[in-house]
Design a protein. Structure first.
Length: 250
């Protein structure tokens, strides 16, 4: 599904990614961990086409298509989704109108007719149940006045509505209490299929215990420096990152 080869990227004059190599197959869940400033969020931003970042070297292929040549909106229409670490508020735009516009733009890209109002409302009701999203929240402006947990839950609701092929969850657990984290993780798990994949960016083993990735990748100074199974997350939880830094810098 996703193949990244020797990816380098910078913001301004500062190089952040220094040669990322990563392959993710259909139906797989991968976790990316690493200390602050290692390049985790930069990687997600580069993949979705954030214009603040410049790719200086390398390749990224998504289902056989050159991801780096696509506009950000086309990447989304092809099935790439990013759940933001800090979801933004969009005052004056209801969630209903926002999601209907997003879905119909994707359908237009795919050469399909717009979804009519009754079909759309039925879909919204079905997907709200996945993340236990209150109907009152769905009728408010996007994220306006939402708590941190409600914003993150709303991100997973959007993911459920758009049915992406590859979802990138950028520190979705940040600021969540145990109950909110459980609801978010259960939503992610319910949406998993053999044809869809996930990248979970996190600092904490607790979320990974709920989502259960097959592979853990540790970023440090813009490179993947260590990889392993779920046991690697447990070791990081117990020992921190200093031992990995020491191994790399020996």
């Amino acid at each position: 599904m996703l193949e990244i080869k020797n990816l380098h990227a910078k913001i301004g004059d500062k190089e952040i990614l220094r040669g990322i190599n990563l392959t993710i197959g259909d139906g797989e869940t991968h976790a990316i961990m690493g200390p602050n400033g290692s390049g985790k969020s930069t990687l997600s931003a580069v993949l979705v086409g954030n214009p603040l970042y410049e790719v200086t070297e390398g390749e990224a292929w998504f289902n056989g298509k050159n991801l780096l040549e696509m506009k950000p909106e086309d990447r989304a229409h092809e099935g790439l989704f990013l759940s933001f670490q800090y979801p933004v508020e969009i005052p004056g735009v209801s969630m209903t109108n926002f999601m209907r516009a997003a879905i119909n733009e994707k359908r237009k890209y795919q050469g399909l007719e717009p979804m009519n109002a009754s079909e759309f409302m039925k879909l919204m009701r079905e997907k709200r149940k996945v993340v236990e999203l209150d109907s009152k929240l769905a009728n408010r402006s996007v994220n306006e006045g939402f708590s941190g947990g409600e914003k993150k839950r709303n991100e997973i609701f959007q993911m459920a509505m758009l049915e992406p092929k590859l979802s990138i969850l950028d520190e979705t657990d940040s600021g969540l209490d145990v109950d909110a984290m459980r609801i978010v993780a259960e939503g992610v798990n319910k949406l998993a299929t053999p044809e869809t994949s996930r990248i979970v960016i996190t600092h904490y083993e607790r979320l990974l215990d709920m989502i259960r990735p097959q592979q853990i990748h540790v970023l440090y100074k813009g490179r993947i420096v260590k990889e392993g199974g779920p046991e690697l997350a447990k070791e990081i939880e117990e020992r921190g990152y200093d031992w990995i830094k020491a191994e790399v810098e020996e």
